[in-house]
Design a protein around this ligand. Structure first.
Ligand SMILES: Cc1ncc(COP(=O)(O)O)c(C=O)c1O
Length: 454
């Protein structure tokens, strides 16, 4: 089966302006009975019926091109039949197994080990979400170093459980819940469009990385020797921020120099999204611990895992346990998804399609008065909206309006960024050229319409 045939033919197709009557019914029910923190249906109001490949159908029969991909989960496409079959076959045999070995678990372990650098020879399945992988990684780092402080980066997002939230920089996510973990310190990321040190990327010699070295070297920096630093190789929720390759290399060297564990969070950027199996591969480095989730479950089955070096494999039996440590159907789906990614060269497809989409977005950036920067790698793309290209004042309401217009026209997108002013594309990697081009056209039309109304 060709992955180019997975999507609904005919998308986009808007039969009734969303949310149509059937969607409105379910939205009303949801807001009457579920908690007010429900989020995505407020940005893209609709209820969902089905999804295939890189397309989604709402309850009123509207078909959308999906540049949202379940927040970066659906790399091998919605309802991919190969993955579905693997999960269904497994469910009929065994659906819950705690951490007892079973053939599907073995198969996923073998698949992951064949993808990862050989130094990352140990795997551990934690609770079902990305946040759980982050918790596992932190505990492993603390246990091994017997140290407490942690370093994370401005613009980071690592999840919503207490420790993962502590490491996430977004103040709006956490200010009402403080204090969280103590001794978490944030340093600037290589966000070259808005350099914290006001430097130009061509001439700065990754000054921001060297600043971290200073923070770890100076006895008066305020940071006691950390257990770990945690970093996204490409920041996702922070606004699709792609650092120079030298940046991650420098961070690796700094971790080695100071004997600090380097955790690379691949929960969003991993599994072919950026044109490599893992985003850290672009920089040619090997982390000490890697966190994985999202696309690992193949068709959106919840699962998380960390990979780590043999020397860190010290946790005694039962030190980090739980009822849902791994997920048998997700092992089968994950192994099938990895097979599918390889057989269909999805990393290369993502790389090439990403180049084409970014060049279209760069054209749009040139013509637009509100796009400060279009950027990204592979199928992880971001478009940052500003009120003024000179002052770079963030324009979150423009990003929100563009998302609304895209939704009305049949395109689903994500929003992120320090100021929620970055439109983000994280589509299923089975996106076809045609859907990609049509999606970018809808986005461009929406930007123009938004700008006309200014
Ligand atoms: C880089 C990164 N880490 C961790 C998480 C948290 O994953 P989850 O939402 O499954 O807890 C996310 C979620 O968006 C993420 O993008």
């Amino acid at each position: 089966m060709d992955f180019r045939d997975l999507s609904f033919p005919g998308a986009p197709l808007i039969k009734v302006s969303p949310p149509g009557p059937a969607s409105r019914d379910l939205l009303r029910f949801q807001s009457a009975h579920e908690g007010s923190a429900v989020s995505y249906p407020k940005g893209m109001p609709m209820a969902l019926r089905r999804a295939r490949g890189a397309t989604v159908e709402d309850m009123d029969g509207n078909l959308y091109i999906d540049f949202f991909g379940g927040a970066g989960v659906m790399n091998v496409g919605h309802a991919n039949p190969e993955i579905l079959k693997a999960a269904q076959d497994q469910l009929a045999e065994l659906s819950h197994a705690l951490d007892f070995p079973n053939p599907s678990r073995k198969s996923l372990v073998e698949s992951l080990l064949s993808l990862l650098p050989k130094e990352l020879s140990r795997l551990y399945f934690g609770g079902p979400t990305g946040s759980d992988a982050v918790e596992s990684a932190l505990k492993l780092a603390k246990y091994n170093t017997k140290r407490y402080p942690l370093v994370a980066f401005e613009g980071s997002y690592h999840g919503m459980t207490a420790a993962a939230l502590s490491l996430s920089s977004g103040v709006p996510f956490k200010e009402e819940f403080l204090p969280l973990l103590p001794e978490v310190h944030f340093v600037p990321y290589a966000y070259c469009y808005r350099c914290a040190f006001d430097k130009a990327p061509e001439a700065c010699d990754v000054f921001c990385a060297r600043y971290l070295d200073h923070k770890l070297s100076d006895p008066h920096s305020g940071i006691a020797k950390p257990a770990a630093i945690i970093i996204e190789a490409i920041q996702g929720e922070g606004g699709t921020i792609v650092p120079p390759e030298a940046y991650l290399q420098e961070i690796r060297e700094i971790c080695d120099k100071h004997h600090v564990i380097m955790i690379v969070d691949e929960i969003q950027a991993g599994f072919c999204r950026t044109g490599k199996m893992f985003a850290f591969e672009h920089a040619g480095i090997v982390p000490d611990i890697v966190t994985m989730s999202k696309a690992l479950g193949g068709i959106g089955l919840p699962i998380s895992c960390i990979a780590f070096k043999e020397a860190l494999n010290t946790l005694p039996q039962g030190k980090h346990i739980g009822t849902f440590r791994g997920n048998v159907a997700a092992y089968a789906a994950g192994a099938a998804a990895i097979r599918f990614m390889r057989q269909n060269s999805l990393a290369e497809h993502a790389r090439l399609l990403g180049v084409e989409m970014l060049s279209l977005l760069k054209e749009l950036e040139k013509d637009s008065k509100t796009i400060g920067e279009a950027r990204g790698k592979g199928l992880m793309l971001g478009i940052e909206f500003v009120k003024d290209k000179e002052t770079k004042e963030p324009a979150p309401e423009m990003a929100a309006q563009v998302r609304r217009l895209c939704h009305q026209k049949g395109l689903l997108i994500e929003i992120g960024g320090h100021d929620f002013n970055v439109a983000r594309f994280i589509p299923p990697l089975v996106l076809t050229k045609e859907l990609a081009r049509t999606g970018v056209e809808i986005f461009a039309d929406s930007v123009k319409e938004m700008e006309k109304a200014l």
